[in-house]
Design a protein. Structure first.
Length: 179
């Protein structure tokens, strides 16, 4: 082999070794999907300090949901960790994942009738538009929810940190038996 080919092969081998070392040494970076803020990519300080454990997993580690009956019907309440949010419904941009609520009963999954509230301004701008999000404590009125023991509500959401790091979306079970 000529010296140019040898140098290229050496450089590719070195990059592959660096990727394997980074993958094994920094598991918290494995599941990150999106960086809205390129400054976060270039930061020397860890941006995942709010995450618990060794990795940050999917959105279900940052978001939970509960169901309660209220005078006007029923509602799903989002419980979102500090410094995190989820996209509003409708999402601010076509390619973002909106928060949705569905019910599974008898093996079938269908959306529930939900009155998704307007999102709040996140302070994050993408493609010239400020993103609308839901924060901790957001209440989503729902109706036409079956009252059967086998009916299970699920929230589909994508959690993002206020610095723009987004996790893979997750189907989050809604706590409380709907009997």
């Amino acid at each position: 082999m000529d010296s140019r080919t040898t140098r290229i092969s050496f450089a590719l081998t070195l990059l592959a070794v660096a990727a394997v070392v980074a993958w094994s040494r920094y598991p918290e970076f494995r599941d990150v999907v999106t960086f809205w803020d390129t400054r976060a990519q270039n930061s020397s300080s860890p941006i995942f300090s709010a995450a618990s454990g060794g990795g940050i997993g999917d959105s279900s580690q940052q978001v939970t949901a509960s169901f309660q009956n209220v005078a006007s019907g029923a509602e799903v309440i989002l419980h979102i960790r500090s410094n995190w949010h989820v996209n509003a419904n409708p999402a601010s941009l076509d390619y973002l994942i909106p928060t949705t609520i569905s019910v599974e009963q008898g093996g079938e999954v269908r959306p529930v009738t939900a009155q998704y509230p307007a999102g709040v301004n996140s302070g994050i701008h993408v493609d010239g538009q400020e993103l609308k999000v839901y924060e901790d404590g957001t209440r989503i009125p729902v109706s036409n929810v079956p009252n059967a023991a086998d009916a299970r509500l699920t929230v589909r959401a994508q959690a993002c940190r206020t610095d723009g790091v987004c996790l893979p979306p997750a189907d989050i079970p809604v706590t409380r038996n709907m009997r």
